[in-house]
Every structure is written in C-alpha cells, then in structure tokens.
Design a protein around this ligand. Sequence first.
Ligand SMILES: Cc1cc2nc3c(=O)[nH]c(=O)nc-3n(C[C@H](O)[C@H](O)[C@H](O)COP(=O)(O)O)c2cc1C
Length: 173
Amino acid sequence: MIELLRARRSIRAYTDEPIEPQKLELLKETVLRSPSSRNIDPWEFIFVTDRRLLEKLAVCKGHGADFLAQAALGIVVCGDSHESDTWIEDCAIASILVQMAAQSLGLGSCWVQVRNRRFDEQTASEEYIQKLLHIPEHVKVESIIAVGYPAEQREALPRAELKHTKVHANTYG
Ligand SMILES: Cc1cc2nc3c(=O)[nH]c(=O)nc-3n(C[C@H](O)[C@H](O)[C@H](O)COP(=O)(O)O)c2cc1C
C-alpha cells in the first residue's frame, strides 16, 4: 500500500486502450467493499464507458473535467442523502479507494469534483449530471473518477517535499 501511495499521482491523459473486463470487475468490487458509516452503504456508482456520455460529462463544469472525454471510464459516485447523513464521507472514501485500486492495476485516474460545482449560472454540475444520467434528485453526485491507461508519466513527490509541518505531535501548537 505505501508503495502505491508513493507512486500515485492524478493522471489526466489516457491512451485509447479500453479497460479489460476483468479489471472493470475488480474496480466494481473495490467500490462495493468500501466502508461506510453504520454500514448503510448509501452510495450508488454509475460506470460510464459510453463515449458520447463521457464527452457530455467532460463539460459538466467550466474546467477540471475536460479529460473525461478521453477516459475509457468515468465512475460517477453518488450518495443517497435520504439514507445517510454521512453520504459525503462515504462517497469520498469510495472515490479514493477506487483511485488506489486503479493504480494497483496499472491504470491512471483523476478525481473530478462535482459537489458544489456549477455547469453554468443557472445549473449546478450535479443537476446537469442527474438529468443526463437519469439520477433522482435525492441521489447526490459527489465526484466522477476518470480512469484509463496513462498517456502521461508523473513523478512521485519526494518524501522531503511532503508538508511535514501539517502533522502535529500530541497538541496543535
Ligand atoms: C476532493 C478532490 C477534488 C478534486 N477535483 C479535481 C477536479 O475537479 N479536477 C481535476 O483535474 N483534479 C481534481 N482533483 C485532483 C487534485 O487536483 C490533485 O489530487 C492534487 O492536485 C494533487 O495532485 P496528485 O493527485 O497528482 O498528487 C481533486 C482531488 C480531490 C482530492
């Protein structure tokens, strides 16, 4: 795990190579094994491989989502706000776990933030995606995880460059 964490970077450029069905299954298993508060599992995951839909998801906000148009897969991570008050935390955990699983399978990935982002002045990114993918209003959209075979290499951060002062011993000051 520590080696995966050391090597992981956000990857925003992908080759045309599709993701093998066995790897797709492992990514599905990963999200379903994600822990959730009180074991409620309020999440819902939409695995989008349809190129036309990925292109539409790529414009769900002004910037920071364009690379979805080239990704082999976009995992839309949603949480049922009626089922649990910790849907945000539960969805965030599933999002990062599936990024780590992708890394372990030789895939690159990047988180696309959806919650609190806007498509335009009138429409939230969430509403745009709910309409596009037929998601009911109470099923909130946390993120989209773009996944594909990497077409860029990014260097791991050297240990010395980590923000070591962010970790405190016993008290804050
Ligand atoms: C909650 C969250 C939201 C993010 N949203 C976006 C996004 O919308 N678009 C994007 O390109 N990257 C997004 N990222 C990726 C971050 O920009 C990236 O993790 C950060 O710059 C550190 O780089 P690294 O992942 O290569 O270590 C997001 C990451 C997190 C954790």
